[in-house]
Design a protein around this ligand. Structure first.
Ligand code: ARG
Ligand code: GLU
Length: 713
């Protein structure tokens, strides 16, 4: 009966409504598999995820916690985005050998560059442990005690679930606390840089083109995983050998056409698809605009310095890109939410929900959910806003304050955990801050500080402002801190941290910079965080019940769990879109389009000479499509941050593209996915291969791969 209903549903749903969503790879059989086949997939759910034989999932590890990557050769070759490998490429660069500018290619394995702290994690198995984690939880009335019990259960299950000695167990929650899944994982620690194109290819269009279609970026870089003699994870050693993956992706030379099936496999970080209308309203009206204004000021200031000084440009490139990325995303997201009437759509859904609650006689359980949401969101609003100001200004965008905040946390460690913990953390800080100071420029940060602190003081909710900000003369304050504080220089920073805990804390508290950070942080921890946490805990509980109610009351809806940095599958079609009246964007771009954007000498739109020569000669080798070279394409796959570097595969599981972005009009998909305009952006594998082979002359890497012609069989 249930099956019949499902069939009927899929028959009635138009194809466009069978797209969107980020699904758990072990649970695809049933509705998802049927939809995927409707869209053209030729594989089975078992080819995608299986514990009994190798499957697609064995080729898709998470890259350094925040991105995705894929195995593309039997010898451990790994592909991800240029922007995912950016900090590794940068860390091997200097003004003399600048791999960001010139690219890097290891012509033999000995030349591949090891990377301290870079890890790649494979997901070995997916196991539902909901019953164990929720054991004894229902009976506990208090929400805080509930959470404590859940944490205890997680610790217990994580410690006892069977795994091999070199593996790890991790438990994650799905559907906001309604389901728990344990992942057995394997983490490789010897991952070496193999190749990266020049930024003018890997980051072509840079921040101007970021989040925008049409796109012409070759956003890829290559690494190789090394393992010990038993093919298991090991710390870096020159005796390690290239890893032999359980599965690697064949690469298609036939590419894609509009309406072809595509599937993206990866580790999406965070979405909020089930927020109530009140929350979305607050994001659009208050939170996004505040964060955008702060970053706007920081970015403009840094850009001024970077354009004039190449050393500063190298120092700030990575930081700037990271701040600019979400700044721009939030702008697009706000516009998209407004244009698509997301709040109204949510409100309409809430009306329907309320009626369903009544019709099913569940008023006792779910009848007050929405009014409770409304009340709590109203109450949390000024705390959320103050928290965002604090996080953005202090911990994210002003470097002096962010170092100071780390020291503030160090002082807390002394107070709560004692001298030994203090010393351990202190030694570690001295080590990691070396990299920070290598890329720190006092003059840049001083200007950023002056701007941001003024915004903070003038725009953050007045009732929660610390006294150190209420009547400050920003200019004087800035000059004072940057001329007096020891936090602006690594040697002085180390001097500040030398000695035993008592003397370090004494010196710290005398430092003007530290004292200022402390005034802000104390204010945050006393006046903002506790109340925020208290209300937020209630919202978390409401969200859990709201999710449970939706799963119960809408049993035939396509409800997928919000992203949580675990492995997911999303599928759809290669598809253009209409961003506005009378305009249609094609699904595929070609090298011609890069040439149209070409601005000689520009830092975003210049093109390397060699690439222009290849273009002029139409020397595309086996990578051309009807005489033209494809560069990027878009599809209806539902992706988010963390999906960068994700493989896009065709109906048979061959690699056709590398995911790296979304289109401007669809960036709201983290909150509200609309199949009409939400698109993910991928670089075509033929462009990647062309750059490796024809541009860089690293054909030996292409020879390692398995190239296929699925359409010409
Ligand atoms: N927008 C893409 C993502 O969210 C690419 C970011 C890197 N590129 C850049 N120009 N900043 O991560
Ligand atoms: N560029 C994003 C990332 O770094 C992926 C694109 C997105 O957010 O959709 O993960």
């Amino acid at each position: 009966m249930k099956f019949l209903k499902l069939l009927l549903l899929l028959f009635v749903l138009p194809l466009s409504a069978q797209q969107g969503g980020m699904w758990i790879p072990s649970l695809l059989s049933g509705m998802n598999e049927t939809e995927m086949k409707n869209l053209g997939m030729k594989m089975s759910a078992d080819d995608i995820y299986s514990v009994n034989h190798s499957s697609l999932k064995d080729a898709v590890p998470q890259f350094n916690g925040g991105c995705t990557s894929e195995m593309i050769s039997p010898k451990g070759l790994l592909l991800t985005n240029h922007h995912c490998g950016f900090s590794q490429i940068q860390s091997h660069s200097s003004v003399d050998h600048d791999y960001l500018t010139d690219g890097f290619w290891a012509m033999k394995m000995e030349d591949e560059l090891p990377n301290k702290d870079l890890v790649v994690t494979f997901m070995v198995s997916i196991n539902d442990v909901t019953a164990q984690i929720l054991e004894g939880v229902d009976a506990i009335p208090s929400e805080a005690e509930k959470q404590k019990k859940i944490q205890e259960n997680i610790t217990k299950v994580t410690a006892s679930f069977p795994k091999e000695a070199w593996q790890e167990n991790k438990v994650r929650t799905f559907f906001e606390g309604n389901q728990y899944i344990l992942f057995v994982t394997e983490t490789f620690k010897d991952v070496r840089l193999v190749g990266a194109p020049p930024s003018l290819i890997g980051k072509f269009g840079s921040d101007t083109d970021n989040w925008v279609w049409p796109r012409h970026t070759g956003d890829f870089s290559m690494f190789r995983i090394y393992a010990d003699k038993n093919n298991r994870p090991a710390a870096y050693s020159k005796d390690n050998v290239p890893y032999t993956p359980k599965h690697f992706l064949p690469v298609s030379l036939d590419g894609v056409q509009e309406d072809d099936f595509t599937m993206v496999f990866g580790y999406p970080g965070k979405t909020q698809e089930y927020l109530p209308s009140f929350a979305v309203d607050q994001i659009v009206k208050e939170l996004n605009p505040a964060k955008i204004e702060i970053r706007d000021a920081a970015l403009k200031t840094q850009d001024g310095f970077m354009r004039k000084d190449n050393a500063i440009k190298i120092q700030y490139a990575s930081k700037y890109a990271s701040v600019a990325n979400y700044w721009k995303k939030w702008i697009g997201e706000s516009q998209g939410l407004k244009k698509s009437n997301a709040v109204k759509i949510k409100q309409d859904f809430e009306k329907d929900f309320q009626q369903k609650v009544i019709a099913s006689g569940k008023q006792n359980e779910y009848g007050n959910l929405l009014t409770e949401f409304e009340k709590n969101y109203k109450e949390i609003a000024p705390y959320s806003l103050s928290r965002d100001y604090f996080m953005e200004v202090v911990t994210k965008n002003t470097e002096l304050l962010s170092v100071g905040y780390k020291l503030y946390q160090l002082e807390q460690v002394y107070a709560t955990k004692g001298e030994q913990a203090f010393n351990d953390r202190k030694d570690n800080l001295i080590k990691v801050q070396a990299d920070f100071y290598k890329d720190f420029n006092k003059n840049v940060d001083e200007k950023v500080f002056e701007k941001l602190i003024a915004i903070y003081a003038e725009k953050a909710p007045k009732q929660f402002l610390p006294t150190s900000l209420t009547n400050a003369d920003y200019k004087k304050l800035t000059t004072l801190l940057y001329s007096k504080s020891k936090l602006v220089d690594y040697a002085k920073f180390k001097e500040l941290l030398s000695g035993d805990a008592k003397s370090v804390l004494k010196k710290l508290n005398k430092d003007k910079g530290y004292a200022f950070v402390k005034s802000l942080a104390d204010n945050y921890t006393k006046n903002i965080a506790p109340k925020y946490d208290e209300i937020n805990l209630k919202i978390v509980a409401l969200q859990r019940t709201y999710m449970k109610a939706q799963l119960e009351l809408y049993p035939n809806s396509r409800i997928f769990p919000d992203a949580n940095s675990t492995l997911r599958v999303t599928y759809g079609k290669v598809k253009g879109y209409a961003p506005k009246d009378a305009t249609y964007y094609n699904a595929v771009t070609y090298l011609e389009g890069a040439m149209e954007k070409y601005i000689p000498g520009d830092y975003e739109f210049d093109i390397p000479k060699k690439l222009i020569e290849l273009y002029d000669a139409k020397d595309y080798g086996q990578y051309a499509d009807n005489g033209k070279l494809p560069v990027c394409f878009i599809g209806t796959n539902h992706t988010t941050g963390g999906n960068s570097g994700s493989p896009a595969v065709d109906a048979e599981g061959n690699l056709i593209g590398l995911n790296f972005d979304r289109v401007w009009e669809g960036t709201m998909s983290d909150i509200h996915y609309d199949p009409a305009i939400c698109r993910n952006v991928m670089v075509d594998m033929r462009y990647v291969l062309f750059i490796i082979d024809k541009f860089a002359g690293a054909k030996h890497l292409v020879d390692e791969m398995k190239l296929v012609h699925p359409k010409k069989k």
